[in-house]
Design a protein around this ligand. Structure first.
Ligand SMILES: Cc1ncc(COP(=O)(O)O)c(C=O)c1O
Length: 452
């Protein structure tokens, strides 16, 4: 191709993506451009080791569903097959089954969202909702704004559609609207249009931060002024440990906010039932995209989740999950307080699954991972949560899956590895660049100091 259109990533960018692929793949020259960005992360292989029982994995974000009453779920599924099996095992509507969309509207009321079931589209987990949204909105080279850091699965979607991700700083009150305003101004000056902001206001993955109400109002004010579309991803919203949830962005603004929800964390991820709540016109496009992708989301799963919601005390079950995660969060904070070396800071999550750790200057979490796994503890290096290579001074620790005792043991092992790294650093110095010198739109340090 002789010329590069505004919608195509520039050739050097594409070349860089091609080089990430391997020449051992005989099909390499046949792939579409978008497939070159889809590469397995280098840490995937390490995670095969990290999943061994002797390793304490603070890496994965798997919901802990051991407290789910399997006898109850089993008998619901049995009844479903016997009483309504032929409908449940048939093709269904591209938008999703009416019964589950009605139930979803009820669930969203817990976050002050009032929505008609017609405005809901069921998706294969909220992950697919994000994929379809990106599919209908983004051309290659379009800008998506994300928090710094952001959910690794979202960055993967944006990469697969060849979007350019621009990160905007967070602090202990969440995404900073004035940093966002600066970024939007800079992008406008550069002639770039932002397709949407992707944000996780509650119990952020990976930062463990919740955006304050005043910040939410400021953000929505800015969205209105700048006509910015906001994609609110809220899988953890009902898993807060203290007090009432802060109103969802969607409950404060219907026109500029598209909302993604999920049953993965409040029930079980294996059913793969999530949803998108969107303005009418967007919802129609989404359903067309859904039909192209899957014909319809899995009907059996939708019937199963609807049966669970109708016949089980799901609100009580969420309370059980909350207590279990709170105990694990407390264990994580106790372990970090006892075992982290001086100069390490971390966030204090009020819900959800994750803590974001900032290491003493000069320690590189990515380089350190093999040594940590050898010491039988695993985490996710901060670089996984940035589209642009930042984050090496950070790591995500999850407390959702291991037992409290294992979490504390994991932090003890991590503390030992960090002490060793700090000693090596004193002796040999470091190759890690300070992050703050390379910023495009604002500071990207850890979102908030250690608040314990
Ligand atoms: C922030 C965030 N968004 C979306 C997802 C995807 O969830 P689902 O299972 O609903 O596809 C996850 C899963 O971990 C997540 O953490």
């Amino acid at each position: 191709m002789s010329e590069t259109s505004p919608h195509e990533p520039d050739e050097p960018g594409l070349e860089r993506l091609r080089r990430q692929d391997t020449r051992l793949d005989h099909y390499i020259d046949r792939y579409a451009d978008r497939a070159h960005g889809m590469t397995a992360s280098a840490i995937r292989a390490l995670f095969a080791v990290a999943n061994r029982p002797e390793v304490v994995s603070l890496a994965g974000g798997m919901p802990n569903i051991t407290d789910l009453p399997l006898d109850v779920v089993g008998s619901l599924l049995n009844d479903l097959v016997l009483t309504d099996g032929r409908r449940a095992m048939q093709y269904g509507s591209g938008q999703g089954e009416p019964a589950i969309r009605e139930a979803i509207s009820e669930v969203m009321k817990l976050e002050n969202i009032s929505a008609h079931p017609d405005d809901v589209m069921v998706s294969v987990g909220s992950q697919q909702g994000l994929d379809l949204l990106t599919r209908i909105f983004c051309n290659p080279g379009d800008v998506v704004v994300c928090e710094a850091p952001s959910y690794v699965g979202a960055l993967g979607v944006f990469r697969s559609y060849q979007c350019e991700v621009v990160h905007v700083a967070m602090d202990e009150k969440g995404l900073n609207p004035s940093a966002l305003a600066d970024a939007l101004k800079a992008l406008r000056r550069a002639g770039r249009t932002v397709k949407f902001l992707y944000t996780i206001p509650n119990y952020h993955n990976p930062a463990g931060i919740t955006q304050s109400l005043d910040r939410r109002l400021e953000l929505l004010h800015l969205a209105e002024r700048a006509d910015l579309l906001v994609v609110e991803d809220n899988p953890y919203g009902l898993l807060g440990f203290d007090g009432e949830p802060i109103p969802a962005l969607r409950s404060l603004n219907e026109e500029h906010v598209i909302y993604l929800g999920s049953f993965s964390k409040t029930f079980a991820p294996g059913f793969r039932v999530g949803w998108v709540l969107a303005p009418h016109a967007v919802r129609e496009k989404l359903v067309l995209a859904q039909e192209a992708a899957t014909l319809c989301p899995p009907v059996f799963s939708q019937f199963a989740v609807a049966a669970y919601l109708a016949n089980h005390d799901w609100r009580g079950q969420i309370k059980v999950f909350r207590e279990m995660y709170r105990e694990r969060r407390d264990a994580m904070i106790t372990g970090l307080t006892a075992h982290m070396p001086a100069g390490t800071t971390w966030t204090y999550p009020e819900g959800g699954f994750f803590v974001w750790l900032t290491l003493p200057a000069g320690i590189d979490s990515h380089a350190m991972l093999p040594r940590a796994v050898t010491a039988r503890v695993a985490y996710v290096p901060g670089t996984a949560f940035y589209a642009d290579g930042f984050g090496s001074r950070h790591m995500r620790l999850s407390y959702c899956f291991p037992t409290p005792d294992r979490i504390i043991e994991g932090t003890r092992r991590l503390g030992e590895v960090l002490e060793y790294e700090a000693r090596m650093l004193e002796i040999f110095g470091t190759a890690v660049e300070p992050e703050s010198g390379r910023l495009a739109f604002g500071p990207r340090e850890a979102p908030g100091p250690n608040q314990t």
